[in-house]
Design a binder for this molecule. Structure first.
Ligand code: URA
Length: 201
């Protein structure tokens, strides 16, 4: 079973080791491990939930529709995507098949726990000034199961990983907004949360 080697110090070493991870069952159906991306010198780290369909196929985090929305929000918050480290709490795509489509399914607690050593390794290697937790899965993976994004979003908080965090919504929740008006409001709040994090980076 692949685990971060005790000597792993760089993202590159972690990425190589994670490519053969079988610590939970998700590797069986997924195309590949989707590891984090970005400079090890990044001052900001973004943590999402898990790769989606496009990410699974391309092997990179946040390259599908949620990634495009995230990039737009980062841009509006004055954050250059190329200067942040982007990763996920879980590094394999979990889905159910519906005909030819692969529908996203939330990772369960065991899968999040199994993947945790990789996230810890990335945090240790990058040591960002601020970690942005995108959505409940990432927030609870780092802050614990009682954490509620709705109650504590957009604040700089101390975290159990020893670095400050800002929790906010997942970009795909904005894509799912019922109408234009609520989508715009959700986007504005998301950008405001990212600005809080940017000030701390
Ligand atoms: N959603 C995530 O949480 N992560 C990705 O990489 C893509 C979509």
């Amino acid at each position: 079973m692949a685990q971060p080697p005790p000597t792993a110090r760089s993202v590159e070493q972690l990425r190589e080791a994670a490519a053969s991870c079988q610590a939970c069952d998700l590797w069986v159906e997924a195309t590949q491990t989707v590891f984090g991306e970005g400079s090890e010198h990044s001052r900001m780290m973004l943590v999402g939930e898990q790769p989606g369909d496009q990410e699974d196929l391309q092997g990179k985090p946040f390259v599908g529709p949620a990634g495009r929305l995230l990039e737009r929000a980062l841009d509006e918050a004055g954050i250059d995507r190329r200067r942040v480290y982007i990763t996920n709490a879980v590094k394999h795509f979990r889905f159910t098949r519906r005909g030819k489509r692969r529908l996203h399914e939330k990772p369960n607690a065991g899968q999040i726990r199994a993947c945790r050593p990789w996230l810890d390794g990335e945090i240790e290697a990058v040591r960002p000034r601020i970690i942005v937790l995108l959505g409940a899965t990432a927030a609870q993976a780092v802050m614990g199961p009682a954490f509620r994004v709705s109650k504590q979003r957009g604040e700089v908080l101390n975290s159990p990983v020893g670095l400050p965090v800002v929790a906010t919504v997942h970009p795909s929740s904005i894509l799912r907004a019922a109408d234009n008006e609520s989508r715009e409001a959700a986007m504005s709040s998301f950008i405001a949360d990212l600005r809080v994090a940017a000030k701390h980076a």
